[in-house]
Each structure stands twice: as structure tokens, then as C-alpha cells.
Design a protein around this ligand. Structure first.
Ligand SMILES: NC(=O)c1ccc[n+]([C@@H]2O[C@H](COP(=O)([O-])OP(=O)(O)OC[C@H]3O[C@@H](n4cnc5c(N)ncnc54)[C@H](O)[C@@H]3O)[C@@H](O)[C@H]2O)c1
Length: 310
């Protein structure tokens, strides 16, 4: 297939693009390259890869790169609540208007798959299924809810991801498991806020597999939203820290009650809908932590900020 991947140089994209190329697809990446192009260098010799530097807000450019594509995987976004809060106009332009450009220009035979997030749910008492009311707490979540609506109107597939973890060519250290692992290694100490908050996780390679799964099951998944993760990886923040401590026993934890986490997400997610279609995770949190610990000793505390979406 010919596949356009917006945001293809990012954390998910730089893991997904090599997998698509490996399967023989022709891939065009459209990305502002705000984190650079290094993440795609290892696949640049593949003749099936085209890299276009550009913005999803640029409707004319989007129209040009969408011509002849069989599928569009739309990852490009201002990602995470801190980055959206520090740049609200750009967040809305990218996450909403950029998504609208793609949806408006999609032809009826093109598959569209949109990367959404569990942040759309907010704080929920029961278990979130795809039918649970979306009550996002942040601008990031709100912009993704709008994006979802735009995509579903044109028959696109919405994948609502758990919080990802693990290594990727474009690394992110602002994701919870990655951040806690980095702190445990470097400071041998974790300050834990809201340890009882329930969160849900998935390895970045499994997230990339989910896009391929959606491409292969596009007919039945069209126009619908799916939670993407695995119930085996539904854990509280404290449980994540305990897994880290199993591997790094010299790391101690202080539970902080006097302050609260800016990220107030506390929710449990059902993955029955995607599980019943045949998708499950393959990489555990423990495996993800172990792989990161092979690399983290070579990233200094000073460099850490380079890997944060702010
Ligand atoms: N990583 C997670 O835990 C997670 C969880 C749920 C959903 N998602 C979603 O997955 C997608 C990718 O996230 P990520 O973790 O890879 O983030 P990322 O920040 O690493 O990647 C985003 C990419 O989009 C590009 N980009 C930003 N604005 C653009 C624009 N206007 N035009 C073109 N390119 C632009 C950036 O340069 C970057 O390469 C996002 O839509 C995000 O909302 C991520």
C-alpha cells in the first residue's frame, strides 16, 4: 500500500515507519521535523520512503501529499498537556485544523487512522469503554476529542491509546514509565504524587502494531473508536514504581500528599473491543523498563530536557 504518515518522525512514527517499510509498503512521512530527522536516518536508504518537511496546517501541501495514497495514518499533533498549555493556539491549529484538513481532503476509498488518547476520558469512576462519555481535563484531551469527531464523520478509525512506554528512535522521557525509570536510575529516588491513581500503559512497538492491525482490519473498524492497550497493563502509579523497584532495588520512594500531580487522569480502561478483534500486547512493562535501562546510563541528567514534549 501507499501510506502517508503525518508526524512520522516522532516517538510513535519513528517506530511505526520502519515496520511499514519492512512489510513492503511505500511510506511518505509529512512532519515539521520539530524534533529533527535523526529518528528516520536508519531507514533513509529504503527506496520506499519519502520524507516531506511540512505542516498539516498547510492545506495545499496536505492535498499534494495525500494524492495517490491508499491510507493516511495521522499522528502529527502537539502532544501532551504541558506542550498544549504552553502553546494553546498552535495546539488547536495542529490538533484540530490540521486534522480537519486531512479529513476534508480524504477520498472515499482512502483509509484514515487517527492517533487519539485515553486523555479523552479524564477522571472516570467506572471502567471506560468506547461508549463512556468523554470528559477531557486538559486542552490536549479536548483537542483530541474534537479531532476524533472530525475523523469519525468521514469514516476514519480512531485509536485511543494508553500511555506509551519504551525506547523509540525519537525518544520521549516525559511519558510516565520512561520518566520514573530515568529518575529511579539517576536519582535513586522517586517522589510519587497520587500513587493510587489508575493509569493504563502500552509499549510503543505494540502501539505501532495497532496501526498495522487497523490497516489490515480497516473495513470492520471504519468509523469507530477503539481503546488500544491491554487490561494486563492497567496499573496504579504505585504499582509501576514497584515494578521499577523490583529491577532497581536501591531506588526509594517518597509518597507526597501535600502537592498534587498536574496530570489528574485517574481511570481504568476496558480493551475488550479490540481484544475481541484479536489484538493484544506483546511487551510487558518490565521488559520495557529493562530495555530502557540499557540506554539510560548514557543519557545525562542535563540532556534529559531534550526528550521532553514541552
Ligand atoms: N506517546 C503516547 O503515549 C501517546 C498516547 C496516546 C496518543 N498519542 C498520540 O500519538 C500521536 C504521536 O505521538 P508521539 O508520542 O509520537 O508524539 P511526538 O511529539 O513524538 O510526535 C509528533 C510528531 O508530529 C510532528 N508534528 C507536530 N506538529 C506538526 C504539524 N503541525 N505538522 C506536521 N507534523 C507535526 C512532530 O514534529 C513530531 O515528529 C499524537 O497524535 C498523540 O496525540 C501518543
Amino acid at each position: 500500500m501507499k501510506i502517508l504518515v503525518t508526524g512520522g518522525a516522532g516517538y510513535i512514527g519513528s517506530t511505526l515507519v520502519p515496520m511499514l517499510l519492512e512489510k513492503g509498503h511505500e511510506v511518505t512521512v509529512l512532519d515539521t521535523l520539530s524534533w529533527g530527522v535523526n529518528s528516520l536516518m536508519h531507514v533513509a536508504n529504503d527506496t520506499n520512503l519519502i520524507i516531506v518537511q511540512g505542516d498539516v496546517i498547510d492545506r495545499k501541501l496536505v492535498a499534494e501529499v495525500m494524492i495517490g495514497q491508499d491510507a493516511i495514518i495521522h499522528l502529527a499533533a502537539i502532544v501532551g498537556y504541558p506542550a498544549c498549555d504552553s502553546n494553546p493556539d498552535s495546539a488547536l491549529a495542529t490538533n484540530v485544523s490540521g486534522t480537519k484538513n486531512i479529513a476534508d481532503l480524504k477520498s472515499s476509498n482512502q483509509i484514515l487512522i487517527f492517533a487519539s488518547t485515553g486523555s479523552c476520558y479524564g477522571a472516570v469512576d467506572g471502567i471506560c469503554t468506547e461508549d463512556t462519555r468523554l470528559q477531557p481535563l486538559s486542552l490536549y484531551g479536548k483537542s483530541k476529542v474534537e479531532g476524533e469527531g472530525i475523523v469519525r464523520c468521514v469514516g476514519g478509525i480512531v485509536l485511543r491509546f494508553a500511555t506509551l512506554f519504551g525506547l523509540s528512535p525519537r525518544m520521549r522521557l516525559d511519558l510516565l514509565v520512561n520518566d520514573l525509570t530515568f529518575k529511579a536510575l539517576n536519582y535513586k529516588h522517586i517522589k510519587l504524587y497520587e500513587g493510587g491513581f489508575r493509569r493504563t500503559f502500552l509499549h510503543v512497538k505494540d502501539a505501532a502494531r495497532a496501526f498495522i492491525f487497523a490497516l489490515e482490519n480497516a473495513k470492520i473498524m471504519s468509523g469507530q473508536a477503539y481503546n488500544i492497550g491491554d487490561e494486563k497493563l492497567n496499573m496504579t502509579k504505585l504499582q509501576v514504581v514497584e515494578v521499577i523497584q523490583d529491577i532497581l532495588p536501591d531506588c526509594d520512594v517518597t509518597t507526597v500528599y501535600s502537592e498534587s500531580d498536574n496530570d489528574q487522569r485517574d481511570y481504568e480502561v476496558s480493551y475488550v473491543k479490540i481484544f475481541e478483534l484479536g489484538f493484544q500486547h506483546t511487551i510487558s512493562i518490565k521488559q520495557g523498563i529493562r530495555e530502557m535501562l540499557k540506554v539510560f546510563p548514557f543519557i545525562s541528567i542535563r540532556e534529559k530536557i531534550k526528550y521532553f514534549n514541552v
